[in-house]
Design a protein around this ligand. Structure first.
Ligand code: SAH
Ligand code: SF4
Length: 433
């Protein structure tokens, strides 16, 4: 979602004459879009700000040229005051629900004054109504945010505090954006939301649709060849969504469905509001509907009170499900969340040991999944030139990175490729003659 938000921030600044650059040295303004989900991510912001301060000062003294610095995203939201206090060289602080006001904030910049202009409101108006259209094509595979915020309050998570209450974009606004993207060369859409399958938006006739219904409507659009969505919560799976996985050919056979833990006791303490059996049933139903369905997940190890037995339950769940890929994290206590003040915190060394064991298992599953595709022919969406000269890179239906000869197809094409080698992180393909 931060990638999507960053692109939209660039859209808001384009009418002011700003264009994106890859090099900080070239930039008149640097916007850091930040993440607050774990402590590590938010600590990085302050070290990055220190680096930018030195650049700003050198530029001012040696070139008499200014550089403005903006901090956006969830660290800005959660720690805006602290950033302003600890880093007075920051010029703009803007939260994730207020970045449509960037042009206004930038217009208030005054190089002669110290201190930041700030907007960390959760505006009542819908930011999407105020964002300008995309100023540049987004490429063959693009993100589209449909749902933001969260009302679930898992006991470890800051999202409900930083992104605010659950909000679903209305159908028309989503379809309009999808049509614009498809008209400029996008063929694959990934719908985004903190709990994307909880989306329930207003249709043009005033009725409320669920997420499954939205997928059916998007699948009708001209030019849409692939459809994905991320991230889903098990509790928000619903009948029409299961049907969509069986009936919509563009919907890719891959679902990111985090479970966090395989222990019922920990799931309850996390306030996930489902048990492991409910999760197994969802996976079973998906695979029953589509035999080639692959699943990825998120896991947290070392949640307060997690015993060896709880952890063993997680390993056991992973062995049952067999993941195509997964993200896993050591529990990170976040300020203001209930679990952070639990007095059963787990030792850092235990967390590290559990994470290593878990990742070893997940890595071997990912490797096995990739190897299972050897010698198969699969459709690959060509996304870009590869890092290695003479090659292009694309994605399989299951999100695997595939590289192949640059002579094959054009960027934006979907081509059949035979998989000739597989590693843990990628596949190599060959044109089918
Ligand atoms: N809404 C999604 C997840 C959003 S947060 C869901 O409910 O599944 C993305 C991931 O970050 C989570 O799935 C979780 O694994 C991880 N995460 C969130 N808070 C964390 C914390 N305090 N410590 C460690 N990992 C965390
Ligand atoms: Fe965070 Fe996801 Fe739980 Fe919401 S459902 S509180 S985003 S982990």
């Amino acid at each position: 979602m931060n990638v999507y938000d960053s692109a939209r921030m660039a859209d808001t600044l384009a009418p002011l004459g700003y264009v994106e650059t890859d090099k900080v040295d070239d930039a008149d303004m640097v916007v850091i879009n930040t993440c607050h989900i774990r402590e590590k991510a938010s600590e990085k912001v302050f070290s990055e700000l220190g680096r930018l301060r030195r650049m700003k000062e050198t530029r001012q003294s040696e070139q008499n040229r200014d550089m403005s610095i903006a901090v956006a995203g969830c660290v800005a939201q959660a720690e805006g005051e602290e950033i302003a206090r600890r880093a007075p060289w920051v010029d703009v602080i803007v939260g994730p629900q207020a970045y449509h006001t960037l042009p206004e904030l930038v217009s208030k910049l005054d190089p002669s004054s110290r201190g930041a202009v700030m907007n960390t409101d959760f505006p009542v108006e819908d930011k999407f109504d105020f964002l300008p259209e995309e100023h540049a094509p987004r490429g063959p595979a693009a993100f589209l945010s449909v749902q933001e915020g969260c009302d679930k309050f898992c006991t470890f998570c800051v999202v409900p505090y930083t992104r605010g209450a659950e909000f679903s974009r209305p159908v028309k606004s989503i379809i309009d954006e999808a049509k614009r993207l498809l008209a400029t060369g996008t063929v694959e859409l990934t719908l985004l939301g903190q709990n994307v399958n909880a989306w329930h938006g207003m249709a043009v006739d005033g009725s409320t649709w669920n997420f499954g219904r939205l997928l059916y409507a998007l699948a009708e659009l001209d030019g849409l060849k692939r459809l994905r969505y991320v991230t889903s919560h098990p509790l928000d799976m619903h009948d029409l969504l299961f049907d969509a996985h069986v009936e919509i050919p563009q919907l890719m056979p891959y679902l990111h469905l985090p479970v966090q833990s395989g222990s019922n006791r920990i799931l309850e303490a996390m306030n996930r509001r489902h048990d492991r059996d409910a999760y197994f049933k969802i996976i079973e139903r998906l695979r029953h509907g589509r035999a080639d369905m692959a699943v990825s997940g998120d896991f947290i190890v070392g949640f307060p009170g997690e015993s060896d037995r709880d952890f063993a339950d997680t390993l056991n769940l992973i062995n049952e499900v067999k993941y195509a890929s997964a993200y896993s994290f050591k529990y990170s206590p976040r300020p203001g969340t209930p679990a952070a003040s639990d007095d059963m915190q787990i030792d850092e060394a235990v967390k590290s040991e559990r994470l290593a064991g878990l990742q070893q298992l997940l890595t071997s599953q990912q490797q096995a999944f990739n190897h299972s595709k050897l010698d198969q022919v699969m459709d690959v969406l060509i996304e870009r030139p590869a890092n290695r000269a003479g090659q292009k890179a694309g994605r399989s239906p299951w999100m695997q990175a595939v590289h192949f000869s640059e002579d094959v197809g054009q960027i934006g094409d979907i081509v059949p490729l035979k998989i000739v080698s597989a590693t843990q992180n990628s596949l190599a393909g060959q044109a089918v003659i």
